[in-house]
Every structure is written in C-alpha cells, then in structure tokens.
Design a binder for this molecule. Structure first.
Ligand SMILES: *[C@@H]1O[C@H](CO)[C@@H](O)[C@H](O)[C@H]1NC(C)=O
Ligand SMILES: *[C@@H]1O[C@H](CO)[C@@H](O)[C@H](O)[C@H]1NC(C)=O
Length: 225
C-alpha cells in the first residue's frame, strides 16, 4: 500500500468541500479492462515508423491534483515526447450522468464550472484535429481554471481560434461529447483522478516519465536525458 493524491467522489456534498488523499491498493491494474498493447504507427510525425506508447488520462478540470499533473508533469513530457506518444484525454473524472427524458443531465464533482471546463476540453479535442496541439491547449487551460477567459488567452498564445471551442462547449454538442467521455470513463472504472494509464498500466505523476520511457522497446532520445 502506498499513498497517492487523488480526487475521489465520496458524494456530491463533500466533493464541493475537498478532494481527498486516499490509500491506493497496489493491484489496481487487475480492475482495468482497457489493456492496449503499444503500437508502431506513423501518425503525427514525418518519420516512417516510430514506436509509440499509449497514454490515457482520465481527469476533471478543477481537481487540484489533475491541475498539478497537467501543468508540471504532462505538459513538459508532451513537449519533449509527443512524437512517440499516442495520447488520449478523457475529461470527465468523477462526474455523473443521468438520462432525463431526451437529454442527459451531467453533474460534476466541483460543480457547474467544472462541467463547463470539461466540455471546453472535450470540444478542443474534437475541434483541434491535431492531438498534440489539443493536449497542449488543454494543459494551458488547466493552468488557468479552464474557463472562457482561459480558452481565449490560451488560444491567442497558441494561435488557435477559441470561438468554435467555446460555442461547442455551450451547445448540445459539448454535452454529448462529455456524456461519451463519461461512458468511456465508466467502462474503465477508476478509484480517483487523475487516473493515468501508460500502455494499459497505471501510472502516477512522480513516475510518469519513467513509466513511459520503460514502455519503449527502443527508448527515443528524449528518454536518454
Ligand atoms: C501537430 O502539432 C504539433 C505541435 O504543434 C506539431 O509538431 C506537429 O507537426 C503537428 N502534426 C501535424 C500532422 O500537423
Ligand atoms: C495560463 O495561460 C497563459 C496564456 O494566457 C499561458 O501563458 C500560461 O502558460 C498558462 N498557465 C499555465 C500554468 O499553463
């Protein structure tokens, strides 16, 4: 057993108060149904065949541990290793989806503004087709409360038009995307967020780079520094 920082949903009321430290069991991986092997592909790069490691991140936008992970761990690794990663973000976290007649009502752990932030992230992934770029954009949002102002400012800095992203987040499309991420997240099932999978194995902020680099058969140059 070892201690790890997670945002766990105890119930909606306590969730507004605080995200908690919980004790994580060391055999979490037995509960993970998602179990991709890593692949050799040539997307997002001009090299012919590059070995890539799969990274999946389940998170929510206002969880302090998620913010810490994105700003201090994910962002620098994306900058140095993006050519060697298949990265997928799942911005849903500990939200809950209820079917209400013909639409879906989503409740987020840190309230309405977190649901909106999650939708901005989901819409950015949908609209910015380049995954490296949308991930870096979402890292920038994470460092700035993931609100409309962040969407605009990060857009200016990264030369991304934020208007369609904000429109999407305010529309049914944003709700639909969030609901879909909810289904994918529930399928995996995790004890708290951030929940990080490197080639199907659980990882955490402190060992994120190490886990990625150890997953390669032939570690790329950024792993050697
Ligand atoms: C995607 O974005 C990254 C970072 O901006 C860039 O290095 C890469 O060339 C882009 N890929 C494609 C296929 O445009
Ligand atoms: C917050 O947004 C600004 C752009 O307005 C960006 O320069 C900065 O890096 C962001 N903060 C973080 C921690 O990502």
């Amino acid at each position: 057993m070892y201690l790890v920082n997670f945002c766990i949903a105890i119930n909606i009321i306590s969730a507004f108060v605080q995200c908690d430290d919980i004790t994580k069991q060391s055999d979490l991986s037995s509960t993970i149904k998602s179990n991709d092997e890593h692949q050799i592909t040539n997307e997002d790069t001009d090299m012919t065949a590059v070995e890539k490691v799969n990274v999946k991140i389940y998170y929510e936008t206002l969880c302090p541990y998620c913010i810490n992970f994105f700003v201090y761990y994910l962002q620098p690794e994306i900058v140095s290793l993006h050519k060697y990663l298949n990265i997928r973000l799942y911005p849903y976290g500990n939200a809950e989806t209820k079917e209400e007649g013909d639409h879906y009502e989503i409740t987020c752990q840190h309230g309405e503004s977190e649901c909106y932030g999650n939708k901005l992230h989901a819409c950015a992934i949908d609209i910015i087709k380049n995954v490296t770029k949308s991930t870096l954009y979402n890292c920038c949002l994470m460092g700035n409360q993931s609100d409309d102002n962040a969407a605009t400012e990060c857009g200016v800095q990264m030369k991304i038009d934020a208007d369609p992203i904000k429109e999407c987040a305010k529309s049914d499309k944003g709700n639909q995307l969030l609901k879909d991420y909810g289904e994918k997240s529930m399928y995996v099932g995790y004890p708290g967020v951030p929940f990080i999978l490197v080639d199907g194995k659980t990882s955490s902020a402190d060992v994120f780079k190490k886990d990625i680099c150890e997953a390669f058969i032939e570690p790329p140059p950024p792993c050697k520094t």
